[in-house]
Ligand binder design. Structure first.
Ligand code: GLC
Length: 482
């Protein structure tokens, strides 16, 4: 069955809508802007777009605080604009994946007043336990109107829904059906390991060891036993699946690879965050990639709107090799807008727009040289990046650019066969077989021997292979030796 699903070997391009393309000069990207740039994405060669939340939002968490699940934020457009975007994408063979935020709403969502039972309240007058929010501070806040204390796994403006309440389940199933009927092809499920919490609201014990992924210092002090990742979450997910049919469900499950299989009973894909968070070192990469690849259905991702940009994390010198790695791993890959240009973390807004410090990963897309970078004719809502020369126009005109490398890699990956096997190589080299092909990535800063190679298909640098050695920071795709 997996053989014929559209997403199996697809590359999904993540659009952060407020920062992609502004069409009306208000400095905020919008749906019409996205529409106007679809042909570029077709040229690039991606198969689908994932839109970070487009719903009406008071923006406490820049859209991840949803005030209406079946509307479009007026700053981004209208439902008619959404319909036009889906039609234009589908005409071009691009699928559309929406961000669904099922674990919490905005505190301004009418449900918070009209359906208080759909939320999680403390049984006592105060926090009932020691849970902390992902962005720091207590996970419980007092609702000034009712005087009761509610749970929020993220900002206080994001009260957690109670998925043990059938009303919540039914309402969110309706949301899923609403967007599928409008042509959405799937959903990225936000913070999905937070869907259900311990029914008894027990205290988290102190953390016994450091968590594998970045955590706020407050959260890092506690274990993660009761406040998230409960077995009932999988049952709740089944309800979402029932509404979604065979639409793609890709989960943001913030857990190590070993914990993903139970989520994959219901989800099609889960992000392989372990690969995102390891340093750019061959041994660590191999150790993270092998178990994720063995699961068969992970979404490979090297950056997104929450973490340092790829160029910042791995360094400018490694962005080409990182692209080759990401786009030759087996299965589905996700590319975050701007990584194909080599954009690095940029300046934050003044004052910052995101209270959790993520402005630098969300600066506007750079389409051209000039004051608004082709993103806007107005004042951009977040400052532009620090390297204006990294833009689509300039990189399109230079066929040695990173953008062209993405374009070529996206074409070449269509020829890659099934199968994946890590192969032995020098210490600094990550090497694997993909059917008749072989991939070698030098993560180090000295030349290193690749595994035996056949004809070269594509390399990150003109001089990637010299004297039989793979140049520092270079990577290649070749045929297997005869
Ligand atoms: C996810 C999103 C992040 C958001 C959080 C709360 O982790 O990727 O941007 O702040 O959920 O919704």
């Amino acid at each position: 069955m997996l053989a014929c699903v559209w997403w199996r070997d697809a590359v999904v391009y993540q659009i952060y809508p407020r920062s992609f393309q502004d069409s009306d000069g208000d400095g905020i990207g919008d749906l019409r802007g996205i529409c106007a740039r679809l042909d570029h994405l077709v040229w690039l060669g991606v198969d689908a777009i994932w839109l970070s939340p487009i719903y009406p939002s008071p923006l406490a968490d820049l859209g991840y605080d949803v005030a209406d699940y079946t509307g479009v934020d007026p700053a981004l457009g209208t439902l008619a604009d959404f319909d036009a975007l889906v039609a234009a994408a589908h005409e071009r063979g691009l699928r559309v994946v929406l961000d669904l935020v099922p674990c919490h709403t905005s505190i301004e969502h009418p449900w918070f007043r009209e359906q208080p039972d759909w939320y999680i309240w403390s049984p006592v007058d105060g926090p009932p336990n020691n849970w902390v929010a992902a962005f720091g501070g207590p996970a419980w806040s007092r609702d000034e109107r009712s005087g009761r204390w509610y749970l929020h796994s993220f900002f206080p403006e994001q009260p957690d829904l109670d998925w043990r309440n059938p009303g919540v389940v039914a309402a969110m199933q309706d949301v899923v059906r609403f967007w599928l009927e409008r042509g959405a092809d799937g959903f990225r499920l936000d913070a999905i390991d937070r869907l259900v919490k311990d029914a008894q609201l027990r205290d988290e014990p102190p953390a016994a060891s450091a968590y594998a992924f970045p955590l706020h210092a407050d959260a890092a002090k506690l274990a993660r036993r009761y406040s998230l990742d409960q077995p009932e979450a999988i049952e709740a997910l089944r309800a979402l699946r029932a509404a979604a049919g065979d639409a793609l469900l890709v989960g943001e499950v913030y857990l190590p690879t070993a914990e993903l299989p139970r989520y994959l009973e219901v989800l099609d894909l889960a992000f392989a965050f372990e690969v995102l968070f390891v340093p750019w070192e061959a041994e660590r990469l191999r150790a993270a990639i092998a178990p994720a690849a063995a699961l068969g259905r992970v979404a490979w991702v090297l950056s997104n709107h929450d973490f340092d940009r790829l160029a910042t994390r791995v360094g400018d010198e490694n962005v080409r090799a990182a692209a080759l790695l990401l786009l030759t791993l087996p299965g589905t890959g996700f590319v975050y807008q701007g990584d194909e240009l080599g954009l690095a973390n940029g300046p934050a807004g003044e004052p910052p727009r995101d209270r959790a410090g993520r402005d630098p990963m969300r600066n506007p897309m750079q389409w051209a040289t000039g004051p608004g970078a082709g993103f806007t004719s107005g004042e951009p809502w977040l400052p532009l990046g620090r390297k204006p020369e990294r833009n689509v126009e300039a990189e399109c005109a230079d066929d040695g650019s990173l953008l062209w490398l993405y374009h070529r890699l996206l074409a070449a990956r269509r020829e890659l066969g099934d199968g994946f096997r890590l192969v032995d190589a020098a210490d600094d080299v990550v090497a694997y077989e993909r059917g008749a092909h072989i991939v070698a990535v030098n993560t180090g800063d000295t030349p290193a021997a690749p595994p035996p190679l056949g004809e070269l298909v594509l390399a990150t640098h003109a001089e990637a292979l010299t004297g039989g050695r793979l140049a520092p920071h270079a990577a290649l795709l070749a045929l297997q030796p005869e």
